[in-house]
Design a protein around this ligand. Sequence first.
Ligand code: ADP
Length: 447
Amino acid sequence: MPPPIAKPSDADNTTKSGVSFTIKGAAGKAEAAVAATKSSKSSDPPPPRMVKELVIRRRMKHRPEVLPEHVMSESVYYRKTGNESVVGSGTYGKVYKAIHVYTRNEVALKKIRMEGEKDGFPVTAIREIKLLQSLNHVNVVALQEVMVESNDCYMIFEYLQHDLTGLLNHPTFALSSAHKKHLARQLFEGLDYLHRRGVLHRDIKAANILVSKTGQLKLADFGLARFYNKNRKVDYTNRVITIWYRSPELLLGETQYGPSVDIWSAACVMVEIFTRHAIFPGDGGEINQLDKIYNVLGTPSRSTWPGMTDLQWYELLRPAFKVPNSFADKYRDKVTSAAFELLEAMFAYDPDSRPTAGDVLEHPYFTTEEPAAKQVFELEGLEGDWHEFESKALRKERDREERKRREKEKEKTQGSETIGEKRPADMVAGKVDERGSKRAKTADMQG
Ligand code: ADP
C-alpha cells in the first residue's frame, strides 16, 4: 500500500521518515490566546503554554497475500510436486513451471545439473548466465535471477506457455499464413539482435523457440551460445547445433564460422513452421545427415560452393554420386513464392552467400508479399501449455493406444481365422473357443 498522501487537514503534521509529529490542539489554543490578549491588560494571566505531544504513526508495511495452496511452499517459487510441473528436460536437467508466491508471476526454473561436476559450478552454466545477463530484447527470453536452494542451483526465466515443437505438434491448432509470417519475423528479429551484438546462438531449433500465449516468440537455451569475433577468423568447435539443424559446412568439419550457421538452422525452422515437419531428419550420424541434405538440395559443386574442397572432412565424406536438386519439386507448393525464394537463399551451400538476419527481414516475403504478418493472439484460447515435453508425452500415449488397438485387432482376426478353420466335427460347444484362445496366446508369446 503506498504511503498516505498529505491532505490539507494534515497541515499540522510534520512527517519525517515515517514518524509524524502533531502539535495537538495548538491552533485552537493559540487563537484563544490572541483573543485574550486583545481584550485584556498586562495584569491578565499569561496565555496558556503550548505543549508538544509526540505521536508516532507507523506506516503500515504492505503485507503480500499468499494463496492458501502456496502457504506451505518451502520456496518463494511454488511448484507442483513430482513430475507434474516439468515442462522440459534437456542437457542440464529439468525445466519446471513455477509461480512466485507473492507476485504470482509464472516462471520457468531451469535446474543446473551439478552431478559429475568435479570442478564446482559448471562452466557452461556460467557462460550461459553471463551471456543472458548481457541480453535484452523482446525476442530473447529474459533471465530474471539465479537461485540457490537446498543445494540446487536454478536459473529463473520468465515463463512462456509453448515452444514451437509443442505448437506445431498440437493435435488441432493450425496457424494461418499471416501467423506463420509473424512467427518467422520474430525469429529473425531475435537472431538479428544476437548477431549484431556479436552472439552466435548455435542451437537454433524448434524446441528452443518459445512462444507466449499472445504469440510473442523468444529465443531460448543459450547453453551453446558464445560471443564471436566479427573482425577476425577464430576457431570454434564444430560439434554444435542439434544435428538435424546443423549446416553442411559444420558437418564437413568447418571450425571458422559465423552467423550463417544460425541462418541455416533458422531456415530449417522456417520450413517446419510451414510444413510441421523437419526438413532434414537424419538418423543422428554426420554421413546420413549430409545425405538427407543432398537428397533435397542436390550434391554441392565447386561452382556453387568454392570453399567446399578445403574443408577438413570433405575427402572423407565426399558424396559417392551426384544427386540433382529437388527442393522446388518438394517445397514450391508448400510455401508462398516469396518464402520459397528466401528459403533457397538461406539454404545456399556456400555460407558466405547466405543472407544475414538483417537481409532476411528486408526480403519481400516480409516487406511486400501478402498477407502481412499477424500476431497469433488466438493462442490465448488454447487450452494447456504445449512444449516439446508435452507433445512427446502425447505421442508416447498415442503410440501406446495404437499398439493396444493393433493387438486387439490381431487377437480378433486370429480368433475369427480359427473359427474359419474349424471343421464341423470341432463345433462342439466349449472346445473350439478354448483352443482358439490358446493359439492366440501362443502367437503372442512368439511374436
Ligand atoms: P536444455 O538446455 O537443458 O536443453 P532448454 O533451455 O532448452 O534446456 O529447455 C528445455 C525445454 O524447457 C525447452 O524446449 C522448453 O520447452 C522448456 N523451457 C525452457 N525455458 C522455458 C521458459 N522460459 N518457459 C517455458 N518453457 C521453457
